[in-house]
Design a protein around this ligand. Structure first.
Ligand SMILES: Nc1nc2c(c(=O)[nH]1)N[C@H]1C(S)=C(S)[C@@H](COP(=O)(O)O)O[C@H]1N2
Ligand SMILES: [Mo]
Length: 423
């Protein structure tokens, strides 16, 4: 037991202790530092004087009201209507790697639909031996697999191509979430229907008005794609595709068709709207990159960041963020405090899973002076996250998608943080 009435180490003593003892001393920062009685400790508080809520007060719990700021947010000027729009995950306020469904960003082309399990049908047709229709219950009778995977919209960071614009990683990198999915491998269902030898592409479409149809090479469909019905231990939420969505690990979010209603097997791509006029990358010479399915390695410091400034002053500071790669595992994350001049290796927390968000930390003793914080992800293929300028030099400025450039946060001496770019 700790004796809280004893005088803790002075701030000065603590800081010199830091220099000697390093990060292990950081926990000492919260020790009592004065002898003034703290009424929160010495006086009986209301919450200790009466009963709390009974069980079942809330049959399905919501976050406590003190956390009501941790919500998805929208940028209203971005789209004409909220039915065909996007909002952003509050990654600045989350920890670990799993995104709760309730604050995981949403992207709809024609609104989130309500589709019951009873009304659900999944058709497999085209170049198959036996066209099939599955009910929801049919799907639950195939052997299941699970996968933790990030979903990143290809447009994540799209508003930053022209320069630093939005204040906070929720808006600059928040078109991303990471969940644990359970479902049936798509290859199991394709095998049930029997793909004909000519079949080399699939086309997946949703039951919503937009249908959001996308083509995918059969190789990927037979690899790690899941027809998923659970996320983070519970049914998919309506906005994430209840009752069934496609999970396409490592590939752009648009291909993760929600409210999945049909898989067609073909001998060529369909060239739908979502893979021609949209989700292609216009290059400086007027031509467009096509089939840019994989989300390249990327990272961002989530705290400190514009929505998560430093309030505690100089001394021990936890710098943390997220890194991910559609090509596999994150091998290393480097952090710079001086705008990319010097780099230090960050600590990767837990297992770096392939095609999933990976949490990193750099624990420093902040001297209270300005910093230009950056993080740089390196994945297991050796790919290094590029600077924004390096990306622009190749892709130009006409393009919206696949901006995985290095983010810079300007941390001021007062702890406030701004979105900037270093030349
Ligand atoms: N049926 C259908 N599937 C869809 C969409 C859609 O509008 N309709 N939007 C796509 C896009 S562009 C993205 S980025 C992801 C977003 O998934 P989320 O809303 O679960 O975050 O779903 C994809 N799947
Ligand atoms: Mo998207």
């Amino acid at each position: 037991m700790t004796d809280a009435s004893k005088k803790g180490p002075s701030r000065r003593g603590f800081l010199s202790g830091m220099a000697a003892g390093g990060a292990a001393m950081a926990a000492g920062a919260v020790r009592a530092q004065t002898q003034a009685p703290d009424p929160l400790i010495t006086e009986v508080q209301p919450w200790a004087s009466e009963f709390g809520d009974p069980v079942d007060a809330v049959p399905y719990g919501m976050p406590i009201r003190f956390e009501s700021h941790v919500v998805r947010r929208n940028v209203e000027w971005l789209t004409e209507s909220a039915e065909s729009s996007i909002n952003f995950t509050p990654i600045h306020a989350l920890e670990g790697t799993i995104t709760p469904q309730g604050c995981a960003f949403e992207r709809h082309h024609s609104g989130a639909i309500e589709l019951s399990k009873q009304d659900y049908r999944l058709m497999i047709d085209g170049l198959v031996e036996t066209p099939l229709v599955f009910t929801y219950e049919d799907l639950t009778r195939f052997p299941r697999k699970s996968a933790v995977a990030f979903l990143e919209c290809a447009a994540n960071g799209g508003m930053e191509w022209g320069g630093a614009q939005l204040e906070g990683c929720q808006f600059t990198q928040g078109m991303i979430h990471n969940m644990e999915y359970v479902g049936v491998p798509l290859r199991t269902l394709l095998a049930e229907a029997g793909v004909k030898p000519e079949g080399s592409w699939i086309y997946a479409e949703g039951a919503d008005a937009s249908s959001n149809g996308r083509s995918m090479p059969l190789d990927k469909a037979m690899d790690d794609v899941l027809v998923a019905f659970f996320a983070n231990g519970e049914a998919l939420r309506k906005e994430h595709g209840y009752p069934v969505r496609l999970v396409v690990p490592g590939w752009e979010g648009n291909m993760w068709v929600k409210w999945l209603r049909r898989i067609g097997v073909y001998d060529q791509a369909v060239d739908s709207r979502e893979e021609t006029s949209k989700y292609t990358d216009l290059m400086p010479d007027g031509r467009a990159r096509k089939w840019t399915w994989v989300m390249d390695a990327k990272s961002v410091i989530t705290s400190p960041s514009p929505q998560a400034p430093i309030r505690h002053g100089a001394g021990p500071l936890v710098i943390t963020g997220l890194a991910w790669s559609g090509n596999g595992r994150i091998a290393e994350v480097d952090v710079s405090l001086d705008g990319g001049v010097n780099w230090q290796k960050a600590r990767i927390e837990g297992e770096a899973k392939p095609k999933a968000l990976t949490r990193f930390y750099l624990d420093i003793d902040w001297d209270g002076s300005e910093m230009l914080l950056q993080s740089r992800a390196i994945d297991e293929t050796g790919y290094v996250q590029p600077t924004k300028d390096a990306l622009r030099a190749i892709r130009g400025l006409n393009n919206v998608y696949h901006n995985n450039g290095i983010q810079t946060w300007w941390v001021r001496a007062d702890g406030e943080v701004e979105n900037v770019e270093v030349a």
